[in-house]
Design a protein around this ligand. Structure first.
Ligand code: UDP
Ligand code: MG
Length: 337
């Protein structure tokens, strides 16, 4: 068994004032339980990442951290989305801990799976995926589209684990290598398996949200799904090339066929077949342009190398901030006088 590792639980929060007062203390209980079981160090922490919330989420986080030093919080300068928030938390934790577990703040992911995750780490695993064993809480549409999506992802060569969201344990070693993946277009589910190292899965039952409502609208989900493909593979472009080749071969065959028909004097009107072919080709061409455009757009964003997250505040550094602000006001006052 390894020495007791320092665990940091990374929790992204966006407008979660309803649920945070309920789940916050539950995370603390979990840390206490794991410490008593001698699975983790007493210096373990809970790190909330406020993803630019516009409600009272940040004041709840600062209040929690005032009550207990196990709670910490960082605040993004604006809303950047779930994946960036998790990444910001992981990168912040990287230099302070031995293992991290990322988990949503709404109580949907069963915290009890953490015991098994940490146990798997003690058995030598560097990555432990939390995999949901049920999808009862999802609608039929969400369930079937998710299943189809994972099948497509796998067919395209991604190693993302089926039914795993972003509830996972990552060791410090893996985190250090993950920080070398500098892409702006982030899909952690696809990136983490690429780092390698020994991994395993633990299964849990996903529950209903304890309060508040989901932030994943259909358009956000579609964007994440597109990012998932474009950030992991360029196979769609290859599929387009193959499709182009097949259509061209058909084109050559139909030219030969048309010439033969013409020479033998058998030419027919052919309006319907022409319309069908033109529409089909038009559709394929536009779709292909769209897919290629998607990659060009992503390449454009990558070349700009903009920061993936900007942290504007940390609960353990409010004094520094206050001092700086005071210093600034003093300076302007003396300049005025
Ligand atoms: N979240 C975030 N930034 C966002 C949207 C969501 O940090 O822009 C957080 C949110 O607070 C929650 C987690 O990501 O902890 C998952 O979001 P949600 O529960 O809304 O998604 P669902 O579980 O419905 O897929
Ligand atoms: Mg949720």
């Amino acid at each position: 068994m390894k020495a007791k590792p320092i665990l940091w639980i990374i929790i992204p929060c966006y407008n979660e004032q309803e649920v945070l007062p309920m789940t916050g203390p539950q995370f603390l209980d979990k840390i206490h339980e794991l410490t008593e079981l001698r699975l983790i160090s007493e210096n373990s922490r809970i790190l909330f990442v406020d993803d630019g919330s516009s409600d009272n989420t940040w004041s709840i986080i600062t209040e929690l951290s005032r009550q207990n030093t196990a709670f910490r919080g960082i605040r993004q300068s604006r809303n950047r989305g779930h994946q960036n928030a998790v990444l910001a938390g992981l990168m912040e934790a990287k230099d302070h801990c031995d293992i991290t577990i990322s988990i949503d703040c709404d109580g949907q992911d069963d915290m009890n799976a953490m015991n098994e995750m940490v146990a798997a780490y003690h058995d030598g695993c560097e990555i432990v995926y939390g995999v949901r064993s049920n999808r009862d809480t999802d609608t039929f549409l969400k369930r079937s589209t998710a299943e189809l999506y994972y099948k497509i992802l796998h067919a395209l060569g991604s190693e993302a684990v089926y039914n795993h969201a972003d509830y996972r344990l990552i060791s410090n070693e893996v985190l250090r290598h993950l920080s070398d993946y500098r892409e702006v277009n982030i899909f952690l589910r696809g990136m983490v398996p690429l780092v390698g190292f020994k991994s395993t899965s633990v299964y849990y039952k996903r529950k209903e949200r304890e309060a508040g409502k989901s932030h994943y609208t259909l358009s956000r989900m579609t964007a994440l799904a597109a990012d998932g493909i474009t950030s992991t593979t360029v196979k769609p472009i290859r599929i387009i090339s193959t499709m182009g080749l097949i259509v061209s071969i058909f084109g050559v065959i139909s030219i030969i066929w048309a010439i033969i028909r013409h020479v033998t004097g058998n030419t027919v009107d052919g309006w319907a077949s022409l319309v069908c072919i033109i529409s089909l080709l038009g559709g394929i061409q536009l779709l292909s342009l769209g897919v290629i455009g998607e990659y060009i757009g992503k390449t454009y964003l990558e070349t700009k190398q903009r920061p993936r997250y900007i942290i504007s505040e940390k609960t353990w550094e409010p004094k520094t901030r206050k001092l700086l602000e005071e210093e600034k006001t003093n300076q302007t006052e003396s300049a005025d006088s």
